[in-house]
Write a protein that binds this ligand. Structure first.
Ligand code: GLU
Length: 255
């Protein structure tokens, strides 16, 4: 299987913004093992801005663009240094790819990206992708890594995209507010009712970015890639996913 795994800042970092070493360690170990068992693994990792803010001892997450971009420049280094070091322990080579939205809309750049990815996978490298936050402004950015990872999965014809989040999957209602909310294990069609669970006008479920996750599901399922939303707290869950077990919420691609 060609699997794209997206991890968010909440999975990678403590609330201080500093790296959650144990979590990242586990994540790298499982991904290395999946690769050893023959899967192609691609990582889309957030955390540049959060980690940069932590390293620069900024108070909270920066809101102005220059500070955000400066924090991303610092944090992206720390992120890649950490991944390179940890994956090396398991004998895997990583590559860094930084993209913005315009790399997907520009035909030549998109083709260059896809060709490079294919070659990296042939060379048995584990590509690690993030938005190029130091140059991306609102006009040209993808804006969030859920969408970015779906565009990546689409470009390289991945079999599966796994979004590792701070929630177990998509619920019928906000589980923080409604005790009767239940997890939806499988979605075959993105009906208006399902899309509304992402929080339309005035009805946000407060599930930490479910809207962008449903948008990612639209991109994936429309281009033949299944997508799973699962909790990033326990990276071992990736083994169950690779074994085809039911985990989180699975969006089945149109084939
Ligand atoms: N590219 C951002 C970062 O690395 C994260 C964007 C997102 O998580 O959606 O900090």
């Amino acid at each position: 299987m060609r699997i794209v795994i997206k991890v968010g800042t909440s999975t990678l970092a403590h609330s201080t913004g500093r790296l959650n070493i144990r979590r990242v360690d586990e994540l790298v170990k499982v991904m290395s093992d999946l690769k050893n068992s023959g899967h192609e693994v691609i990582l889309v990792s957030s955390g540049a801005i959060g980690m940069g803010a932590g390293k620069l001892s900024l108070k909270g997450k920066p809101s102005d663009i220059p500070t955000k971009q400066a924090a991303a420049a610092v944090g992206q280094c720390e992120l890649m240094y950490t991944y390179d070091k940890l994956f090396s322990e398991y004998n895997h080579t990583v590559a860094q790819i930084l993209l913005t939205g315009s790399d997907f809309s520009h035909t030549d750049r998109h083709a260059n990206f896809t060709n490079t990815m294919m070659r990296l996978l042939e060379l048995d490298v584990l590509p690690i992708i993030n938005e190029n936050d130091t140059v991306a402004t609102d006009e040209i950015s993808v804006g969030d890594n859920d969408t970015l990872s779906a565009l990546v999965a689409e470009s390289i014809n991945a079999d599966l995209l796994v979004l590792m989040s701070d929630i177990d999957g998509l619920y019928t209602a906000d589980p923080h507010k409604d005790p009767s909310a239940s997890l939806i294990p499988e979605i075959r069609e993105l009906t208006p009712e399902i899309l509304a669970l992402g929080g339309g006008a005035g009805s946000s479920l407060g599930t930490g970015g479910m809207k962008t996750k449903l948008h990612a599901a639209e991109i994936c399922t429309g281009s033949g890639t299944d997508m799973i939303i699962t909790n990033g707290q326990n990276p071992n869950i990736l083994y169950d996913i690779a074994d085809g077990k039911s985990v989180g919420t699975r969006f089945i691609a149109k084939r």
